[in-house]
Design a binder for this molecule. Structure first.
Ligand SMILES: [Zn+2]
Length: 378
């Protein structure tokens, strides 16, 4: 079976499923909308005999785990984990001025690329194995995150549990522009820095300690962190002081830092730990508001990439490149556990989180063929 031709002849039905999924708009923060969208896709998975387990949530949409084949008790076999998410960054109603439509080889619509197409790919790959009676090499488990765009600890915990039991993790986020897979992603630290001084009248500033000036000097010093290649620092929020005629007693800044490796992260934290007040009597302290680990290019992930390349080449005559990207995804979580992980197996396209979000239809078809081969052979 040559899956390239197989899916080319089925691209019409795949696009229809994608259209239905996109028209059920599902912003991360709208639980009701996300649940309705998830209902639609999980019903489709049930039709091919997959087992669907729902993890009810109070605030975010319910989380779902799909197992194929549905496991009989005590049956043991290795498993492969597919990471997807059903939530998007787009509010309900966005589709009015950003409709689902096909223009030439491009398909537009809110969430079409990030990443409803990935879910449709997983569905059709598994449906094909089912329809053609092909037994996959490993059990297939699909995790459908309902709040990937905002991050959620309950979801992360399920991902870690599933990953620990998996041989491989494939993440169906879109590819890099041009079709390359993603083997490296930047990590992210959000740090709040707070300076305290002493209030005094602006007429006698020598009696006070200005927290704003302390903070500004500290921030200037922190710029040196950007000397590490690829590390970026953005001072995104700043506040402090009370009135123009009072020496400021408190000032805070919130910084967003991105970096390629865990070593870079350590270097950043060390720098913060070593901060000393610049003005006598001032105080400086920091707290971590959030942390996403980087996805580093590990030996096990590189080995998985070679296998994917071989399968793509021999079964589909497809050559696969790989690269790195600044943004984070759930793949970072599994990669940090040391599980072989490859991201960007979804379709090629452009405009993630932007009004021109679209995917390229030929790559949607080819990537589904590749995914099916991988599930069959890996
Ligand atoms: Zn995404």
């Amino acid at each position: 079976m040559e899956f390239g031709h197989y899916f080319k002849s089925r691209q019409g039905v795949m696009v229809n499923t994608l259209k239905e999924l996109v028209s059920l708009e599902s912003p991360s923060t709208d639980k009701k909308a996300v649940d309705i969208c998830a209902d639609f896709i999980t019903k489709e998975f049930k039709k091919i005999g997959a087992k669907v387990t729902r993890f009810p949530q109070k605030k975010i949409g319910d989380l779902h785990v799909i197992q194929y084949p549905a496991l009989k008790s005590k049956e043991k076999k290795e498993q492969i984990l597919l990471l997807t998410h059903i939530d998007t960054v787009w509010p309900v109603g966005k589709i009015q001025n950003m409709p689902f439509f096909l223009s030439g080889k491009k398909i537009f619509g809110p969430g079409v690329l990030d990443m409803k197409a990935g879910l449709v790919m997983a569905l059709y790959a598994m449906k094909t194995l089912h329809d053609l009676n092909i037994e996959p090499e490993k059990n297939i488990v699909v995790f459908i995150n309902s709040a990937e765009e905002i991050g959620d600890e309950a979801a992360n915990e399920i991902i870690r549990k599933l990953a620990r039991k998996s041989e491989y993790v494939l993440c169906l986020e879109p590819s890099l522009p041009g079709g390359s897979l993603k083997v490296e992603r930047k990590g992210r630290l959000v740090i709040r820095l707070e300076a305290s001084g002493k209030a005094a009248h602006a007429g006698t500033p020598e009696k006070g300690i200005n927290a704003i000036e302390e903070l500004m000097n500290q921030l200037r010093g922190l710029k040196k962190l950007q000397k590490t290649k690829g590390t970026t620092l953005n001072i995104g929020l700043i506040s402090g002081g009370e009135k123009a005629n009072i020496v400021a007693e408190k000032a805070t800044a919130t910084l967003d830092m991105r970096f390629w490796t865990n070593m870079n992260k350590q270097r950043i934290l060390d720098t913060f730990k070593q901060l000393e007040p610049i003005f006598p009597g001032a105080k400086i302290r920091f707290s971590i508001e959030s942390f996403t680990p980087p996805m580093e290019k590990t030996e096990v992930s590189s080995a998985l990439l070679s296998r994917i390349r071989d399968i793509a080449d021999s079964a589909l005559n497809m050559s696969i490149e790989a690269g790195k990207t600044g943004g984070g995804s759930d793949a970072s979580i599994t990669s940090n556990l040391g599980i072989p992980t490859i991201d960007g197996l979804g379709p090629d396209g452009e405009g993630i989180h932007a009004d021109n979000e679209h995917l390229l239809l030929p790559s949607f078809v080819q990537r589904t063929a590749l995914l099916t081969e991988l599930l069959r052979q890996l």
